[in-house]
Design a binder for this molecule. Sequence first.
Ligand SMILES: [Zn+2]
Length: 355
Amino acid sequence: MAGPFLLSSSFLYLLACFSSVYAAAGRPRRFQTPINHDLYHSGTGLIEKIESLVHRHPDKLTVETLKSGTEGYNADVTVVTYGQSGKQSDDRSKIRILIGFGQHSRELITSELALRILSILSEEQFLPGMDRASLNGTLENLVIKVVPLENLNGRKLVEAGELCERRNGRRVDLNRNWGIDWGRKEKDYDPDEEYPGTAPFSEPETQIMREVATSFNPHIWVNVHSGTAALFMPYDHKKSTPDGLPSQRTRALIEELNMVHCHGRCKTGSGGASVGYLAHGTATDYMYDVVRVPMSLTFEIFAGDKTLNEDCFRMFNPVDQTTFERVLNQWCATLLALFKLGPREIDVHSNYMEQ
Ligand SMILES: [Zn+2]
């Protein structure tokens, strides 16, 4: 009878532990792993670090801060541009790539990836096994715009302890606020997670991103998220991918990236078909259908343990240094492969972008 006795006393001990957690939180809540500040920058700290990186490399990098506001709610979005000629925005013969990070505030790892890829582009950091000469040959023909932290206001809420918040500073999901199939609700729609705002483009962050996209008119768009491991293409709001050659070429590319850089373990295909629910008003669908970006992608760069429930820092971000470095190296390699292979899959003479 020793076994059952031990089991039941352990059970009582566990119950006691949970009770104290419940009492301390003031309402039923599970344990939440705090942000690991040894690995992660604060939002403003990350932007400052990126600004000083840019100022050390004026031959390759420029930075601007775009501002917008409505009804007393204001947002700043920092945009970094990489290009080797020094007059990047004038050079229309190059392939243009736009990458957004940190749209969902609890997905801190994505903005760390932005800092890391900019450090590699500036040649301050190197990826293990990277052929720098080959990379420089690739980069000569590109202009890359990076938005390291789209949702700085939401990030501040997370840093203040709301570790599960993914929306912006006034609780709108920025990846449901775009003017494509906006506002449609699913049966399992969760207003705490997916509130789309009062209208399409009601949010200053989304207005700024739309302005960046329409003025830059990229050939490739990547929206970087975390929570699963995936390489998604349109559509998020339907369980299908678009017809036609650009879509077929995008599918071939993401399958190759999956095999080489994700060991075949990333989900691929349309977000709507693969993620288990449809999403309405997303950036990637708008970029494809309205801005007419021929290669519009969503990367999901880290799959935490879904059973952790409410332990959001751990669900969306690596918490130990080994995993942190592995994720950054893996996805820097994926982005560099995209820079090399993506332009080959885009027919610059196609009239897709002019339609
Ligand atoms: Zn996300």
